[in-house]
Design a protein around this ligand. Structure first.
Ligand code: HXC
Length: 519
């Protein structure tokens, strides 16, 4: 072959590879409202930045006539590119090739980019759209999955790992995304489950649709498996790009600092009046967050799951910060099993990747009752405590209103190595709420009063006495557990100054193989 012909041959081969499983299957993919693997990668990365690997890899299976059906690149597109100029490694399963099912060679391709991401210290983003293990290959496919899982595990806490689910993700295949830091699902076409509706029906007799078993809504609201539910793939891609902007490349780096156009000493007058006089009245903690972060911009994670706690990323003076905040607008901001797990995982993510943590506290306590006890609130609450206590990143805590009992300790209190602990004048920091406390302390005296009016008067007096003493931040401040009581409207400035002072913070945990968080 002449050299010019060789070049043409290369161009032809590339064109062939770019067609994946062929025009017909690409059309079928589009007809389902889905983009192809390459289209997704091109949308995700900065224009023209994608460099593809292993375009000429084909499967090695000779079962069921597969030796006669080969596609260049097999069922996954891999490589690297940039997002806002920063390198990321990517893989996108190609549903047009054997339904994106995982072959031995596909696993090798995915492992190659994961290894490179680790070597270079860059995030890895996986786009999943696959029928699971390639049935014709048998155990080599299972081994391939396990190779990927092991890499997910070793990369955890070293480089950010993000999974987008833009199609089926079923069986053991779900565990690679589950081992990564963030999962994003689209409302249409995306589902995850360990066993599909047919198997569920045959094993348990339950009749259930794909959507109800493992759709985006289920995993966003009920299981908490998914961190982001998006309407479509384009929104999903934009969300991933935004998420990446808050993260460092790896655990040895800091997140990028953005130019901040929002004055750091901006006073937010509305905050002075945001907490209602009635302690049982809710307000929206998201308004507090919007009022203090740079330009009101907040990327909420797990927005639909355990809504009694809010977690997400924002910036203070351009510096990426993780925010954890009780939400009085939902279940009064109480801590339950789901909220504890959600927040614990987020705290650990931030700590692993050097992202400072701001905690906004308004928590009436842990949710009481047999339901929560049987579900293991002790262990789940301990997770959150563990996560905060173990974290070495800068931690600033602002107590907005209630901070009662065990929940006070858990929510980044001073003794769990909270660095700067501030409170608003509306803060109530005590062992428990006034009504409950008086019932315990004065139970016998209350019982002894027979006249109902007298009884109510006595209880009222005692409750007011308790509130006077404890429903404020000053007792905690008198012990130095609260470093300062701040004016609400000045919170943004105080937070920025606090994180500024904490920039050089260095603490090291005792050497150990690893901790034993109460899983
Ligand atoms: C080989 C597969 C495949 C698979 C799909 N295809 N799944 N080929 N192995 N696992 C092929 C189909 O034969 C078809 O080929 C093409 O991909 C598209 O599939 P369709 O069925 O036409 O698409 P659709 O109707 O959209 O349905 C998608 C699907 C369905 C729901 C994913 O294909 C399906 O149920 N597949 C099997 C899923 C499964 O049971 N996988 C194994 C799970 S066990 P043509 O040539 O017609 O285009 C597992 C264990 C992992 O994954 C363990 C890890 C530890």
């Amino acid at each position: 072959m002449e050299n010019q012909q060789k070049v043409k041959n290369l161009i032809d081969l590339r064109d062939q590879a770019k067609l994946g499983g062929g025009e017909k299957r690409i059309t079928s993919q589009h007809s389902k409202g889905k983009f192809t693997a390459r289209e997704r990668i091109h949308m995700l990365l900065d224009e023209g930045s994608f460099e593809e690997f292993d375009m000429f890899v084909t499967h090695r299976c000779n079962n069921f006539g597969l030796e006669n059906e080969k596609y260049l690149g097999d069922g996954v597109v891999t490589g690297h590119g940039t997002i806002d100029g920063r390198t990321v490694f990517v893989f996108a399963q190609d549903f047009t090739v054997f339904g994106g099912s995982l072959s031995e060679t596909m696993a090798l391709k995915i492992c190659k980019v994961m290894d490179m991401a680790m070597k270079m210290g860059c995030p890895v983003i996986g786009i999943n759209d696959s029928g699971g293990a390639r049935i014709q290959e048998g155990v080599t496919s299972l081994a391939g999955y396990a190779e990927i899982f092991e890499r997910n595990i070793l990369a955890s806490g070293v480089i950010p790992q993000i999974s987008a689910i833009f199609g089926p993700c079923a069986g053991g295949a779900v565990y690679s995304p589950a081992l990564t830091d963030f999962i994003l699902m689209t409302e249409q076409n995306s589902y995850m489950f360990v066993t599909g509706p047919k198997v569920v029906k045959s094993v348990t007799g339950e009749t259930i649709t794909t959507e109800d078993l493992g759709g985006a809504d289920v995993h966003a609201r009920k299981s908490g498996v998914s961190h982001f539910r998006v309407s479509d793939e384009e929104t999903g891609i934009t969300t991933i790009r935004e998420l990446i902007s808050y993260l460092p490349q790896n655990n040895l780096e800091e997140a990028p600092i953005e130019e901040c156009s929002d004055p750091i000493n901006r006073l937010e007058d509305g905050l002075n009046a945001i907490v209602p006089d009635n302690p049982n009245m809710p307000y929206d903690m998201k308004s507090v967050i919007a009022g203090i972060v740079d330009c009101g911009k907040f990327l909420e994670v797990h927005a639909d799951y355990a809504r009694n706690i809010i977690v997400g990323f924002a910036r203070f003076n351009g510096i990426s910060t993780g925010i954890i905040a009780n939400q009085p607008n939902f279940l009064a901001g109480v801590l339950d099993c789901d909220a504890s797990r959600k927040a614990a995982r987020f705290v650990r993510f931030c700590d692993a990747f050097n992202i400072p943590i701001l905690t906004l506290v308004d928590v009436p306590g842990f949710l009481p009752g047999s339901g929560q006890e049987y579900a293991g609130i002790i262990a789940h609450g301990a997770k959150l405590m563990f996560a905060y206590g173990e974290a070495t990143v800068p931690k600033v805590t602002i107590t907005i209103r209630k901070s009662y009992g065990g929940a006070h300790d858990v929510m980044s209190c001073k003794q769990l190595r909270g660095d700067f602990n501030y409170a608003w004048p509306t803060a109530e920091i005590a062992v428990m709420g006034a009504a409950g406390a008086i019932e315990v302390l004065e139970g016998r005296a209350i019982k002894a009063i027979t006249d109902p009016d007298e009884k109510a008067k006595f209880v009222d007096e005692k409750v007011n006495e308790y509130k006077e003493k404890f429903a404020n931040p000053y007792q905690a401040a008198s012990y130095g557990y609260i470093d300062d009581v701040i004016e609400p409207r000045n919170t943004r400035f105080r937070v920025i100054r606090a994180f500024q002072a904490l920039q050089t913070k260095k603490i090291v945990n005792p050497l150990k193989k690893h901790s034993n968080i109460p899983l």
